[in-house]
Ligand binder design. Structure first.
Ligand code: ZN
Length: 310
């Protein structure tokens, strides 16, 4: 049994935690340096990019250059508030930002479709991995991404509920009782596992663990995350022979002023140091780094066999 290490990055507009009528994309300039760091440790990141990032020629060129190295994967990340078309009350720059699952059927499908098409046109790849903005996935979106050729979703945050976190009209999804381990999810069962192949997608939850005193810890370089706890998550998963670790963060966290977690140069350096320590540890433990698609290719049959009654 191999434990795979996935690094999945929401590649998006600068500081999406605050209200703004328009967006900037300065943080995308930080990605080539980050890719270099990944390559130094043999890490193969998965970049999940928004419509704005793919649409803008400058940022698209940066992503295209990364894609051409074949040392990373390009997937999709849906921010409904900056992905056309718009329809009241889910307007451009709507705030609080719209969870994808708030959108009516045809609006949601058109947004997923536009996002996918702009990635194909501007980057020249067919995205196979998806993450909903604000983790706001639902069963309809599972059906729609499958129709658009995706194989993988990574929007589930185990042990975490967004119910009290407002979108434009509703609170977010509740994932507090969902498994940490990858599983096949269905259009009608999301966020729970399905027992049929029809309309299903491989769900790879973000790595979030509970420690011995029931604290919930994300495998993520948060300012308050202490390095030892993050490395402990990795060591424990390896010891338990778990199939996958899925570390997430946002591209904007690598840019000074790009997120609430990276307001100063010092804060960004701390994030970089944590990532470096994690990558170094993963290398030392000889954990295999995989993109979402590489994980899918190697493990999907096993997951399917264990879960589905075909
Ligand atoms: Zn996002």
């Amino acid at each position: 049994m191999t434990t795979h290490f996935i690094v999945s990055i929401d590649v998006e507009e600068d500081n999406q935690w605050r209200r703004s009528e328009d967006y900037s994309l300065h943080n995308i300039d930080c990605l080539p340096k980050f890719q270099e760091l990944c390559e130094k440790y043999g890490i193969r990141p998965s970049y999940l990019i928004t419509y704005s990032v793919a649409r803008n020629n400058n940022s698209a060129n940066i992503i295209k250059t990364l894609a051409q190295t074949s040392k990373c994967e390009i997937g999709a990340h849906l921010h409904p508030w900056f992905t056309p078309p718009y329809q009241s009350p889910f307007l451009r720059a709507a705030y609080p930002h719209t969870y994808p699952y708030e959108c009516p059927d045809s609006l949601l499908y058109k947004k997923i479709s536009n996002l996918t098409n702009v990635i194909q046109k501007q980057i020249g790849v067919e995205p196979k991995s998806f993450r909903a903005g604000r983790y706001g996935m639902d069963g309809r979106a599972i059906g729609y991404i499958r129709k658009k050729g995706y194989l993988i979703d990574s929007s589930v945050t185990p042990y975490w509920s967004w119910v009290d976190t407002l979108g434009t009209t509703l609170g977010g999804p509740d994932y507090s009782n969902i498994t940490e381990h990858p599983y096949y999810v269905g259009r009608t069962t999301f966020p729970n596992p399905t027992n049929t192949l029809e309309g299903s997608i491989l769900e790879i939850p973000i790595t979030i663990k509970k420690n011995s005193i029931d604290e919930v810890i994300w495998l993520r370089p948060f300012p308050w995350a202490d390095e030892t706890s993050l490395l402990t998550i990795i060591r424990n998963s390896l010891q338990k022979k778990e199939l996958v670790l899925n570390l997430m963060f946002h591209s904007s966290e690598l840019y000074v002023g790009g997120s609430p977690y990276s307001e100063t140069k010092d804060a960004v350096m701390k994030i970089e140091r944590k990532l470096k320590a994690i990558f170094k540890f993963v290398t030392e433990l000889e954990i295999k780094s995989s993109t979402f698609q590489e994980f899918f290719e190697q493990e999907n049959e096993k997951i399917k066999k264990n879960q589905l009654t075909i």
